[in-house]
Design a protein around this ligand. Structure first.
Ligand SMILES: C=C1C[C@]23C[C@H]1CC[C@H]2[C@]1(C)CCC[C@@](C)(C(=O)O)[C@H]1[C@@H]3C(=O)O
Ligand SMILES: O=C(O)CCC(=O)C(=O)O
Length: 303
């Protein structure tokens, strides 16, 4: 299970139970219920990925830089230079690093994971009420079955948007209002947890943007100013148990199309990065946040 914020929404479902025990909605789209799908003898073909995409679980670790932000956040020059050098090395290699002493309250991170358990533990009918609408990235999705018909990822996601504008009154309730609108008043507390989480992630993303600017030798406020009113996508990923896990993927090979991703993975792990022509595991660290630059950042910094 992972929490991921990338910078840059109720018809009641009708289940058609078919002999294959596959659930379909009123549009004939597969409804992802891993408990039911798990009971089938064979993994449904839609979830079987091409052999070339399937990495056989690697024991190799990425050994990405572990960047301690404490000194940088306190304005210490030498610590700042060291942190920027680690970030530079990461970005020249694969674009991934982990940060510790990042200033995000660990109780907030734990609360976000706890609320994620609540969201994905809801009855399927309730989750489908929050189902993502065509053309939107926001809301609930089961295996992206509404968008794709093959190479379906074995995961559930819940995504929502975040931005901070000059009109503080607009952004300070953005996430709370979203949760109450798609899941109901009972989710006011959940909404506040993620409202605070998104605010903390945005603040950290601007700190990272400053460090990236220093690592690139440009004005240290350049990217902070460039991104201060940017849109972000908060993405909760839940990867249910899968008895045929060697045949499918939770998330397929990709590069993030966005500028910066901040990820907190639970201790199950599973994130892998393709570097030096092989897949390498990113070790879960409860006290750390995984950072990676995305395609958009690569474009704007001219690489
Ligand atoms: C902007 C986004 C689209 C995706 C979530 C964020 C950043 C990464 C994208 C994604 C994870 C890349 C792999 C395919 C994808 C469909 C997925 O597996 O979730 C992508 C996300 C999406 O389009 O919902
Ligand atoms: O859930 C994870 O560990 C990473 C998923 C991911 O890369 C994404 O959602 O963009």
């Amino acid at each position: 299970m992972s929490l991921l914020m990338d910078s840059t929404s109720t018809p009641s479902p009708v289940f058609l139970c078919l002999p294959s025990m596959e659930l379909k909605d009123e549009n004939g789209v597969l409804v992802f219920d891993s408990n039911i799908l798990q009971k089938q003898t064979n993994l449904p073909n839609q979830f079987v990925w091409p052999h070339d995409d399937l990495v056989h679980s690697t024991q190799e670790e990425l050994n990405e830089p572990l960047v301690d932000l404490e000194g940088f956040l306190r304005g210490e020059e030498l610590e700042t230079e060291h942190a920027a050098e680690l970030v530079r090395t990461a970005c020249l290699n694969h674009g991934f690093f982990q940060v510790i002493n990042h200033g995000v309250d660990v109780s907030l991170i734990n609360a976000a994971h706890k609320e994620m358990d609540t969201i994905f533990g809801l009855p399927l009918s309730k989750k489908l009420v929050a189902r993502r609408k065509p053309g939107s990235l926001l809301g609930y999705s089961g295996a992206h079955a509404d968008r794709y018909s093959s190479k379906l990822p074995w995961k559930e996601t819940f995504s929502f948007g975040y931005r901070e504008t000059d009109d503080y009154s607009e952004s300070e309730l953005l996430v709370v209002d979203y949760f109450k609108s798609v899941l109901g008043e009972d989710f006011n507390n959940t909404g506040w947890v993620y409202q605070k989480y998104c605010k903390a992630m945005r603040e950290l993303s601007l700190v990272i943007m400053e460090l990236l600017a220093i690592s690139l030798g440009v004005d240290r406020l350049y990217y902070r100013k460039f991104f201060e009113d940017s849109d972000s996508i908060m993405r909760c990923n839940y990867y249910p148990p899968c008895k045929d896990s060697g045949l499918t993927l939770g998330t397929g090979p990709h590069s993030d199309p966005t500028s910066l991703t901040i990820l907190h993975q639970d201790q199950v792990g599973g994130l892998e990065v393709f570097a030096n022509n092989t897949w390498q595991a990113v070790r879960p660290r409860p006290e750390a946040l995984v950072i990676n630059i995305g395609d958009t950042f690569m474009e704007i910094d001219g690489n």
